[in-house]
Design a protein around this ligand. Structure first.
Ligand SMILES: Nc1ncnc2c1ncn2[C@@H]1O[C@H](COP(=O)(O)OP(=O)(O)O)[C@@H](O)[C@H]1O
Ligand SMILES: [Mg+2]
Length: 338
């Protein structure tokens, strides 16, 4: 055996021991010239790998926290209040006001091609979630541009969050029309189908919508974010991508690092609160520091399984839909499940 033994690196070099002189390892087996992988070694390696990649992902979490977020911070442009011109008010909730806005200085920008939310204390969480989503599953949610803290002597501290304007209609707006779901048909399928109005045609439209929404939700869940406020008002139709996207991450919890996760507190809209929002255990301890929380996150996820009822609920709603033969019911029921 001479592979490593006695490899001299010039004066002052270190002599490495021969592998043969080391005791046998339980993982690599009896020492020999070639490394042999034993069955317990392979099981341990596979177990470690699957833990590191189990939802919500310890390895991707560390990559996101220490590499991607760091690089993003280095290169992102900074904006301030004066870079935007306020337009029409789009909505007002308990935690903020939303406006359509434009760039003040970019001549190429169209009027109102951005959306601004001026938010209270939950704004910081919403910025965190939107930045996480932009790095991990950008297609799930409205296209986030930038978030910053704006302090004024009159109003105190306010968080400003900027997104691209995705389109005029939320799912709530579309569902209010008597034509629903046919009013969505050409928007998501590109053209009106050559079918008479009825269950088969409605099925196709609703299935396409649900596929888009479940994919978007799956994107959030796979990165450890539980939205906790899925409802038609928080689902926007994106004209650019011809898909429904999720908005309003102000109530979301990041179970990978424990941001906005307070075991004894539930943030929910009582009109749409879904049963799984109550299954998050109140016994779970509060999150430790971010790296420790990320390392333990698959355990927290397995303790709570916050995404589990989404799918079981959907299956039962699907059957309900068939028995009621009513597309409207399935969408309003299904969308409460997040
Ligand atoms: N990216 C976007 N593109 C177009 N409209 C948006 C966008 N984000 C929000 N809106 C509009 O603003 C409304 C309120 O936004 P939301 O984030 O849900 O705020 P709130 O906290 O007030 O519920 C939405 O219902 C939608 O009509
Ligand atoms: Mg909302």
């Amino acid at each position: 055996m001479s592979t490593l033994a006695g490899v001299g690196l010039g004066s002052g070099s270190v002599k490495l021991h021969s592998l043969n002189s080391l005791p046998p390892s339980p993982i690599l087996g009896k020492r020999s010239n070639a490394l042999t992988l034993t069955i317990p070694g392979a099981v341990l390696a596979l177990g470690t790998l699957s833990y590191l990649w189990a939802t919500p992902g310890v390895a991707p979490g560390f990559w996101d926290m220490f590499i991607l977020a760091f690089v993003e911070r280095l290169f992102r442009p900074t904006y301030k209040k004066d870079d935007f011109v306020l337009g029409k008010k789009l909505g007002e909730g308990a935690f903020g006001v939303v406006y359509r806005v434009s760039w003040a200085k970019k001549p190429s920008s169209k009027e109102g091609d951005l959306v601004l939310k001026k938010a209270t204390e939950y704004g910081a969480v919403e910025i965190w979630m939107n930045e996480r989503v932009r790095r991990a599953c950008a297609n799930s949610c409205a296209d986030f541009v930038y978030g910053f803290l704006e302090s004024s002597s009159k109003k105190g501290a306010e968080y400003w969050l900027i997104w691209r304007f995705e389109g005029e209609s939320t799912l709530a707006d579309l569902m209010q029309s008597k034509e629903f779901p046919y009013n969505v048909e050409s928007m998501i399928l590109g053209e009106v189908q050559d079918l008479p109005k009825g269950l088969e045609r409605e099925n196709k439209i609703i299935q396409t919508m649900l596929r888009q929404l479940l994919l978007a939700l799956d994107g959030l869940h796979s990165t450890g974010i539980v939205h906790r406020d899925i409802k038609p008002q928080n689902i926007i139709f994106s004209k650019g991508s011809r898909t429904f996207k999720i908005i309003d991450l102000g109530a979301a919890a990041d179970l990978r690092v424990g941001v906005n996760y307070i075991p004894k507190e539930f943030l929910l809209d009582p009109r749409y609160a879904a049963p799984e929002q109550y299954i998050m255990s109140t016994q779970t301890p509060s999150a430790p520091s971010a790296p420790v929380a990320a390392a333990l996150s698959p355990v927290l996820w397995q303790l709570n399984l916050p995404d589990r009822l989404t799918y079981t609920a959907l299956v039962s709603y699907y059957y309900k839909w068939h028995s009621l033969q009513c597309a409207r019911t399935v969408v309003s029921y299904s969308l409460t499940a997040n």
